[in-house]
Design a protein. Structure first.
Lengths: 210, 210
DNA sequence: GTCTATAGATCGATAGAC
DNA sequence: GTCTATCGATCTATAGAC
């Protein structure tokens, strides 16, 4: 076995340790919050020892920041290919809304939102980051598309960016609040589709050109 | 001084102690959350001693439940007289939305929402209660009004209750998320009015009968 | 790197004197 | 009821042996 391979194994084991710690920490922080989660839980679940955690992440805050960054990156990845500007306006709105709502209402996203909101006082940049990686990026992409539709005279709205935010909130606002509070019933895919239909109908009859 | 008066003084002092503790606990819990707030802070701020807290509220959870109940009761009180069914539909929507948004986006309401969401796992009934005292009661009242407007054939909506939720979320959804995360700028009264106007316009041109 | 042990600090809850 | 003192538990962070 060459030195190269030996180094590769060593690095990948380090990487595996890091990933195991991150996975355990993600579960712990998202479930119990920053103050409620303990490093003992993380270490018991991930294996390894305290020294490794401190060597890799500095302290509890560093570990917290690392897991938030990871969850943010994964949150709205399915949104990338949601807009096909060649299709009819209603179809694009439906498809985008459905994909956004599904990703944003998923339990992991809801837990991230909950924790980020709770700790936004202690970590101001964290709240801004989660907001930017979630609702804001979705609204920005939809806003760009709506601006194009306005230029093509398919839509009569003053501010496409504001209209995009309003549209997305019509769909996720109430369901997301229920999910945040654990108010049953949890939104089913069928319920999400129903709200999407209602919102698209109101939005388009309010904003689409005849 | 009669026994009655002496008793009255004694009772009012007890009441004053209780109120002082509740006020200090409200500030502490809303700012730091359940796990982050400490009884030392509460006692240092309210005066008195630990024994009084435990005698009155049992333990930390009892104190937490008491302050949540108090804040819930005060949250949407300004909503009581917001609907005047004799006025035009657009005016009622504007007035109701403005009053709801102002109360719901106020810092105290936002902090309550944040804490309730964060602790809804540990205290499931707490989440349901805050949701019921906030968005749900507002949507229910507006939904009743919309149902009346539908009967008078001023409105064409399938489900007035769902329409009410959608309408309120059009207005508060985005601003409330920003407030939750402390994303600047904080919503100004002017900004709230602007969103209300945009939402009423979209909602009515989508749902009002010509 | 991993483990054990422990320092150092904080906090919830109780007991007892006044 | 109020205060002081304190127990017992928990948790972060560090140190040292292997």
């Amino acid at each position: 076995m060459s030195k190269q391979a030996a180094l590769g194994v060593r690095v990948s084991r380090l990487e595996a340790r890091r990933e195991a710690i991150l996975a355990a920490a993600t579960a712990a922080f998202l479930e119990h919050g920053f103050a409620g989660a303990t490093l003992d839980d993380v270490i018991a679940s991930a294996g390894g020892s305290r020294a490794t955690v401190y060597a890799q992440f500095g302290n509890k805050e560093g570990l917290f920041a690392a897991i938030i960054a990871g969850v943010c990156d994964r949150m709205l990845a399915p949104l990338d290919a949601a807009i096909d500007a060649g299709r009819p306006l209603a179809d694009v709105l439906r498809a985008f809304a459905l994909r956004y709502a599904t990703a944003f209402l998923e339990p992991g996203s809801v837990a991230l939102f909950r924790v980020a909101a709770a700790e936004s006082g202690r970590f101001p940049e964290l709240g801004r980051r989660v907001f930017a990686a979630g609702p804001e990026v979705a609204a920005a992409r939809l806003g760009d598309y709506l601006a194009g539709a306005k230029r093509r005279r398919e839509l009569k709205v003053r501010h496409p960016a504001i209209a995009a935010r309003i549209f997305l909130e019509m769909i996720t606002g109430d369901l997301h609040k229920r999910a945040l509070f654990g108010v049953p019933p949890a939104p089913s895919p069928a319920e999400i589709e129903e709200v999407v239909e209602a919102a698209v109908a109101i939005f388009l009859s309010g904003c689409a050109r005849p």
